[in-house]
Ligand binder design. Structure first.
Ligand SMILES: NC(=O)c1ccc[n+]([C@@H]2O[C@H](COP(=O)([O-])OP(=O)(O)OC[C@H]3O[C@@H](n4cnc5c(N)ncnc54)[C@H](OP(=O)(O)O)[C@@H]3O)[C@@H](O)[C@H]2O)c1
Length: 236
């Protein structure tokens, strides 16, 4: 229970065992939320849950490209924590770093869209209807500067297309959910030192997590339908 006697909010983070997702999970737990740690490898999620110490953390096997895995995750949530108030769609893949568009194979395109776009849509369908019913929810989508059309950058075409589509998913969902108590936003975490970002990136995972945590814990009168960087709304 919190100081006010209410149950702590519950957040589900996808891809919670490394990189920015692990940092988001640590920061949400430090703020007192119960964190459901989604990971393809359940043992890895259990390891992160143990490292969170006294904070309430619930490990769950979750592959966002696998509808059966998402259904099992829904059942575990119902059994262990009841419902989810905050969905952080962090899981992502970058499979075409520095590959010219005409050299990107259909398998790479398909795999990228399955995680970065279809997987997010699947998680939204699984968890957001209950948020609408309860009149409270926060959906946070990890996008990228490479999603931006203002102006676009070259370098990772399938990844960029997937994240631009994720931005539109964010805008569409936010519009549909206006007035329901569910706020939906996306963010660019900056260039972050993770397996994806590489060792020379300027930001730590904790710095990369900051805006996601800010959006995950917005007050009820907070923004919806925005693209954020460093806690500020930026151009799409
Ligand atoms: N790092 C950057 O500079 C940067 C910049 C802009 C945006 N972003 C975005 O920030 C997010 C996190 O990036 P990161 O740098 O932390 O990446 P990362 O270190 O490569 O970690 C990616 C995470 O996604 C998970 N994942 C991949 N496929 C999955 C699937 N099918 N189902 C569930 N989880 C899956 C991975 O799980 P496994 O451990 O099971 O593989 C891992 O936990 C991504 O959406 C990324 O696009 C990162």
């Amino acid at each position: 229970m919190t100081e006010t006697g209410t149950a702590p909010r519950v957040a589900l983070v996808t891809g919670a065992t490394r990189g920015i997702g692990a940092a988001i999970s640590r920061q949400l737990a430090a703020l007192g939320l119960t964190v459901v740690l989604g990971a393809r490898d359940r043992a890895a999620a259990e390891h992160v849950a143990a490292a969170l110490g006294r904070a309430r953390a619930v490990p769950v096997q979750l592959d966002v490209t696998d509808a059966a895995s998402v259904s099992r995750c829904q059942r575990l949530i119902a059994a262990e924590v009841g419902s989810v108030d905050v969905l952080v769609n962090n899981a992502g893949v970058l499979l075409d770093d520095e590959v010219p568009m005409l050299a990107v194979g259909e398998d790479i395109l398909e795999a990228t869209l399955q995680v970065n776009l279809v997987g997010v849509w699947r998680m939204v369908r699984a968890l957001v209807p209950a948020m609408v019913e309860r009149g409270y929810g926060r959906v946070v989508n990890l996008s990228s500067s490479l999603a931006s059309l203002a102006p676009p950058e070259t370098g990772s075409p399938a990844y960029s297309v997937s994240k631009a589509a994720l931005n539109m998913l964010t805008a569409q969902l936010a519009l549909e959910l206006r007035g329901t108590g569910v706020l939906v936003n996306c963010l660019d975490p900056g260039w972050v030192r993770t397996d994806m970002g590489g060792p020379t990136a300027p930001r730590s995972p904790e710095e990369g997590a900051d805006t996601a945590v800010f959006l995950a814990t917005l007050d009820d009168d907070g923004p919806t339908g925005g693209f954020f960087r460093d806690r500020e709304r930026v151009a799409w």
